[in-house]
Design a protein around this ligand. Structure first.
Ligand SMILES: Nc1nc2c(ncn2[C@@H]2O[C@H](COP(=O)(O)OP(=O)(O)OP(=O)(O)O)[C@@H](O)[C@H]2O)c(=O)[nH]1
Ligand SMILES: [Mg+2]
Length: 475
């Protein structure tokens, strides 16, 4: 975190702790958020029923760790965090639960937690994918919505079409002073992308185009940092594809196309009788579970016509590539992980705002005003908003200036050399010259009468980033 934001948030939180020292609930909340600064970023995977949330958790982890079956209709949030030994703890009671590794992932023995109610299940699981962030599998929205916003620093919001009620939820996510000032913690994921257009073979490509279109939409663009299309099931299949799966798919691919094709139209036909290839019905059912009917069609086409798909690893890599998982990971890295500290500061401010509003008392008005001051002046949030606007082409400059603006506001890294786009070993004199040159260029933009107000405001943010670089170089 840049020290200015960090310091302001710490100061505010401690002032609030003083003010609320006699209110255990408020003080707990505040202390909890202070301690979260040292913990990994929390990314929730949220969305409506059956949107593909748990499947995405698995695709990210690369193993089938979700969902954990929960009793009846309990609203359990499952947290997946990195750790040396697999284990699970059920909260609020803090009951330890046995976890068993299976061939595909894990099983948690949930019988032990009854009859204690459970809100959160924290699963520790050794995984490189969880090192930078804890991933939270959440129950379907809208019921889980408030808790998602309270508990997570950032949200992957899954939707199958990105309209109507989905947008309503995203709008509601911007309630409150903090959320409005920093609408920078949501990536919209168009999930189950393979099903678009009735599962055409180019569905994933069509979905990627749709994602770009959504992000250019001014309204959608203002509600999220990025829009990514994802075929979660294909991604997961790519990550866990077995030799057995591959050999069955190869057998399908060797079957003459005209004979096979009618059987790949529906799931009923695929597991029905008179199947034209020597793949038994259980294996076909497994393939359906693993890939879905679209995935089976895609995988057989890839083996038949693709390059590099003549091995299990080759096919697996191609499935992952086409699924959109890499784009999603890249967006998570750029929008969330690289800005983890600013996002955590944002969560702390949101929690503080909630305390100040639910328990008003003499002194809370002043803290609220200080909080607003911090938000407006927090350059980190302005940079995040500008990165998103430039990425979504909602603000444009000429190609060269635009590339420079993105660099300067820290899209590709927040060190002075990354912002200036030069080798980290560049000597200080040269850095100084580059930074002051950039500052002058962008100051000019803020005064250019031919630019729109929005462009000039954006230029002012870049100017402030340049000043930050110069400050860093001179300290
Ligand atoms: N075709 C297709 N099906 C998918 C995809 N992702 C998930 N599914 C299927 O959709 C169903 C729901 O998937 P989950 O990952 O459990 O979805 P969820 O959002 O966690 O569901 P709930 O927790 O019940 O709300 C399962 O049958 C999945 O196999 C996908 O990318 N493509
Ligand atoms: Mg689920």
């Amino acid at each position: 975190m840049t020290s200015v934001l960090e310091e302001s948030v710490w100061r505010l939180m401690h002032e609030a702790l003083d003010l609320y020292h006699d209110s255990p609930a408020a003080a707990d909340q505040l202390r909890h958020h202070l301690s979260r600064f040292d913990e990994p970023l929390r990314i929730a995977i949220a969305g409506p029923w059956q949107a593909g949330k748990s499947t995405l958790v698995n695709a990210i982890v690369g193993e089938e760790v979700a969902p954990i079956e929960v009793p009846d209709a309990e609203q359990v949030f499952t947290w997946y965090q990195d750790g040396a030994e697999p284990h699970a703890t059920a909260y609020p009671a803090g009951i330890e639960l046995p976890v068993a590794r299976t061939a595909n992932g894990l099983r948690v023995d949930i019988r032990r937690w009854r009859p204690a109610p459970v809100n959160d299940l924290v699963v520790t699981w050794p995984s490189r994918a969880l090192r930078n962030a804890t991933i939270v599998d959440t129950p379907a929205l809208p019921d889980a919505g408030d808790k998602v916003l309270r508990d997570a620093d950032a949200v992957l919001y899954l939707t199958r079409d990105g309209r109507g009620t989905d947008l309503e939820w995203l709008e509601s996510a911007q309630d409150g002073t903090v959320a409005r000032a920093a609408p920078v913690n949501v990536i919209l994921v168009l999930s189950r992308a393979d099903e678009i257009g009735g599962g055409r073979i180019d569905a994933l490509l069509a979905a990627k185009q749709l994602a770009r279109k959504h992000h250019r939409d001014h309204h959608v663009g203002s509600l999220c940092l990025a829009v990514v299309a994802l075929g979660g099931l294909i991604a997961l299949a790519g990550r866990v594809l077995s030799d057995r799966d591959y050999s069955a798919l190869s057998t399908l691919a060797r079957t003459p196309r005209p004979e096979l094709e009618p059987y790949l139209l529906t799931t009923d036909r695929f597991v029905g009788e008179d199947f034209p290839a020597l793949v038994d019905v259980e294996t076909r059912e497994d393939l359906l579970d693993r890939l879905g009917i679209f995935g089976v069609r895609l995988a057989t086409t890839l083996i038949r016509t693709g390059t590099g798909t003549d091995t299990r690893a080759g096919l697996a890599a191609e499935l992952v590539r086409r699924s959109g998982l890499s784009e999603l990971r890249e967006a998570v890295g750029r929008c969330f992980v690289d800005r983890a500290d600013a996002l955590k500061a944002r969560s702390a401010l949101a929690a503080l705002e909630a305390v100040l509003r639910t328990e008003p008392r003499p002194g809370s008005e002043k803290l609220l005003a200080d909080l607003e001051h911090t938000l407006t002046n927090a350059h980190d949030f302005r940079e995040l908003r500008l990165v998103a606007a430039l990425q979504g082409h909602r603000i444009k400059f000429g190609a060269e200036l635009e590339a420079e603006a993105r660099r300067l506001v820290g899209e590709g890294g927040t060190t002075p050399t990354a912002r200036l786009g030069v080798d980290p070993r560049t000597n200080p004199g040269q850095l100084w010259e580059l930074a002051t040159g950039a500052l002058a260029r962008w100051q000019e933009q803020t005064e250019d009468p031919l630019l729109s107000l929005e462009q000039r405001r954006a230029a002012a943010v870049v100017v402030r980033s340049c000043e930050g670089i110069i400050h860093a170089l001179s300290s």
